[in-house]
Write a protein that binds this ligand. Structure first.
Ligand SMILES: CC(C)(COP(=O)(O)OP(=O)(O)OC[C@H]1O[C@@H](n2cnc3c(N)ncnc32)[C@H](O)[C@@H]1OP(=O)(O)O)[C@@H](O)C(=O)NCCC(=O)NCCSC(=O)/C=C/CCCCCCCCCCCCC(=O)O
Ligand SMILES: Cc1cc2nc3c(=O)[nH]c(=O)nc-3n(C[C@H](O)[C@H](O)[C@H](O)COP(=O)(O)OP(=O)(O)OC[C@H]3O[C@@H](n4cnc5c(N)ncnc54)[C@H](O)[C@@H]3O)c2cc1C
Length: 673
């Protein structure tokens, strides 16, 4: 039998090889769990190998040494080369293959086609009529035109009802007049809007006969297809550097009474007829589909960002030696410290959990998308609730995990050589885009409050909130039953979420009965409401993890995932235990049990730690991290990496003659006086 860990190679750092030799499971079989099939895991590696053979697709130098302009240019250069090889490298109809190709070749900092693939094409697929698809979608798919999704304005992002960009129907000419009447009405933020795209789906408030019909989507050509110059009545540009994600030209757009044909409104579900008659869509929020598309996929993206940071941190922790546990023995790998394990391993478990919850979410999304094709909208509310909660919880916990990974690398974690700070910057954008996290938690809370009301009225609720009408134990059975089952944990999570949902509900009801208007009462309860949403979502994540482990057939993979799940349940429960201690559902003795199970889990995970992260099969090319190198040879490469610094081009910088020398000379002169 070969090595179970597939990353073992001759010449690797012995400390990392030692870790890999301990693996109890086949890392490539584990990759099949993470990427949802063996075929998908194989394809990732095939794509990476093919890319490595194309010299023009390699980074010209480490990305942190590029200026913003160079980053934008480098991403565009690679997009150009990629299009020559695209059909040989991937199945272009497979989103996961395209996503992987992008991560390997370009990375997370963005590229001119980022929004084209993630929002422009999906919005046309979901909202364009067949005729409109012929006109724009097929050209977009061939990349004859490049587009983006322009919704957010300088003054409004969360509250779509107050978008100031107007699309006023002119019956006489059968046109919409698009206008940005104020500074705050300028579109502000859309990815690639600034410089790359020549088309955009612009979301504007529809006005017919002075009546406001709310946000609707319109296709707008922004630039000439040949010269790329902005068209008349259009002002467009880049919004400037950001915390990260700087290869992307997030942009602004001002429309000055721009006229577009009536047929440029995306009209698959909603219509404005020639005479200005408005025909409602089957569901009022069908036009929000592009946002739901991204939210549904974000769990997997976040799992990927988290796993990338952890791969870097865990590999580095296995070659970094510092200090002693036994003073008579050599310095230990920092991974031996319990604090280091506690800092990293629960986040490894979360990365797996997010990936499994993500797979379930994408399945539901695909079903709803298919239903919507035929005007069926029943599951839209469930999907919106689920994606709103997950988007918020997963991005927030990812942020925590990446920062822990950075700190766990000590000083070198702070260097861009680790690349963790860039991953952090990119990932935390997710807390804001596609709906600010608090706003989206409150969307889920609306759904939860409706379910709580139904239960209070004696109705049975099902599906994602089914547990609200299921029987509950007064006391948790953790450590109270002979068999060790995850059900006792999941029931405890259910209890906690249920209690909080009803606590928020009761508080809200009390305020409403006291005569407070709904919106004011809602605001006064909103912290409790967001807590309810978080607990409900964390329950869903734990359940999704347990469902996946339950379904795994391979004994060794099941055992390894079971260890991670055990860690996850104990760690997460400790994190929210105060809710269960409050009403005596858990007692001090059970808390001691959960804590000792957590520490036991850390020890159980330890031998497989490197293998759990290796199983994500993230190549050196896509990690772009000196600390996270597969071969563990960090130190000599840190030194090589620093040679790229432009400050090292000369021994003496001009600033010496200009500023430092005069400063020192004058100080010396003064001290002689
Ligand atoms: C939802 C809002 C907050 C409120 O909307 P509004 O219309 O004002 O609400 P109300 O009238 O009050 O109605 C509320 C009711 O409506 C229900 N509702 C709301 N939305 C939906 C929905 N989508 N589906 C179903 N139902 C819905 C809601 O439940 C209420 O029902 P009820 O009354 O309680 O019964 C809205 O204002 C809003 O959404 N705000 C947030 C704005 C937002 O999200 N903006 C996003 C702009 S675009 C953007 O940010 C883009 C970012 C790009 C990032 C790029 C990086 C990408 C990386 C990710 C990679 C993804 C990979 C993809 C891979 C692939 O493509 O294959
Ligand atoms: C990297 C990045 C990429 C982006 N890409 C795009 C894109 O391609 N296309 C596009 O159209 N947009 C894009 N955006 C914009 C993004 O979607 C919005 O910034 C986001 O939806 C948040 O809206 P906002 O900026 O108006 O935040 P605000 O709503 O102003 O948030 C400020 C604060 O107010 C709070 N708040 C607001 N409303 C409520 C409420 N009702 N209840 C309680 N609290 C509230 C929020 O929680 C937050 O704390 C992008 C943003 C980023 C950072």
């Amino acid at each position: 039998m070969g090595n179970l860990n597939k990353e073992i190679r001759d010449g690797d750092h012995p400390d990392i090889t030692e870790e890999r030799l301990k693996s109890t499971f086949d890392t490539h079989k584990m990759a099949a769990q993470i990427y949802n099939s063996q075929r998908a895991a194989d394809r990732r590696n095939e794509i990476t190998s093919a890319v490595l053979k194309i010299p023009e697709l390699q980074d010209i130098k480490p990305l942190p040494f590029l200026s913003r302009e160079e980053k934008v240019e480098e991403a565009a250069r690679k997009i150009g080369i990629l299009s020559e090889h695209l059909y040989d490298l991937v199945n272009v109809n497979d989103g996961a293959e395209l996503y992987h190709l992008n991560n390997v070749v370009i990375g997370g900092e963005g590229n001119p086609l980022a929004l084209h693939g993630v929002m422009f094409i999906p919005v046309l697929q979901a909202q364009a009529t067949d005729e409109q698809k012929k006109k724009w979608l097929y050209r977009a798919m061939k990349r004859e035109i490049i587009g983006t999704y322009a919704q957010t304005e300088m003054g409004h992002g969360s509250n779509l009802r107050k978008l100031e960009t107007t699309a006023t129907y002119d019956k006489a000419t059968e046109e919409f007049v698009l206008n940005s009447p104020t500074t705050t009405s300028m579109k502000w933020w859309p990815g690639n809007l600034g410089k790359s795209t020549n088309y955009a789906v612009v979301v504007a408030t529809l006005i017919i006969n002075e009546k406001d019909y709310g946000p609707h989507s319109f296709m707008v050509q922004l630039r000439d297809e040949n010269t790329h110059k902005p068209l008349p009545n259009i002002e467009v540009g880049d919004i400037g550097p950001k915390m990260a994600y700087n290869a992307t030209d997030n942009g602004f757009l001002k429309l000055n009474h721009l006229r577009i044909p009536r047929t440029n409104m995306l009209m698959k579900h909603v219509k404005v007829e020639k005479d200005g008659t408005y025909i409602k869509p089957p569901h009022a929020k069908m036009s929000y589909s592009a946002m739901v598309h991204v939210r549904a996929h974000m769990n997997n993206t976040m799992a990927y960002f988290l796993a990338s940071s952890l791969t870097i941190a865990v590999r580095y922790s296995s070659i970094r030696r510092q200090g002693h546990i036994n003073p008579k023995e050599p310095e230990v790998k920092v991974l031996e410290y319990q604090t280091q394990q506690h800092r990293l391993f629960p986040h490894i478990a979360r990365a797996y959990a997010f990936s499994f919850a993500g797979a379930e979410t994408v399945r539901l999304y695909e079903k709803v998308k298919k239903d919507m094709e035929s005007g069926e909208t029943e599951l839209m509310a469930d999907l919106h609730a689920l994606t709103s909660g997950l988007k918020s919880v997963v991005t927030y916990l990812t942020m925590q995990g990446i920062e822990q990974a950075r700190q766990s690398c000590g000083g070198h974690g702070y260097s861009m050589a680790s690349y963790i700070s860039e991953i952090y910057g990119i990932a935390i954008g997710g807390c804001t885009y596609e709906g600010e996290n608090m706003v989206m938690l409150l969307q889920l809370a609306r759904y939860l409050m409706k379910a709580a009301k139904a239960v209070k009225e004696g109705k049975k609720v099902e599906g994602l909130v089914g547990y609200l009408s299921a029987p509950d134990n007064r006391h948790s059975l953790i450590d109270r039953t002979p068999e060790k089952s995850y059900d006792t944990y999941l029931k405890t999570f259910e209890h906690i979420a249920r209690q909080q949902i009803f606590r928020a509900f009761d508080k809200l009801e009390k305020m409403l009965t006291s005569g407070l208007p709904h919106s004011e009462a809602w605001n006064k309860c909103s912290v409790e409401l967001t807590r309810a949403s978080r607990l409900h979502t964390r329950l869903f994540i734990a359940q999704a993890f347990a469902r996946r482990v339950h379904d795994v057939v391979d004994f060794h993979i099941k055992e390894a995932l079971d260890d991670l799940l055990h860690l996850h349940l104990n760690y997460e429960l400790l994190d929210v235990a105060s809710y269960a201690l409050e009403d005596g559902h858990l007692c001090g003795e059970q808390m001691n049990f959960i804590r000792s199970e957590l520490y036991r889990s850390l020890g159980k995970i330890r031998p497989n730690a490197v293998s759990y992260v290796d199983a994500w099969e993230l190549s050196d090319m896509e990690l772009r991290s000196v600390l996270g190198r597969r071969d563990g040879h960090v130190y000599e490469n840190l030194y090589k990496w620093a040679q790229n610094s432009s400050l090292n081009r000369t021994d003496v910088l001009p600033v010496f003659e200009k500023y430092l020398k005069p400063l020192m000379m004058s100080a010396r002169k003064n001290s002689k006086l």
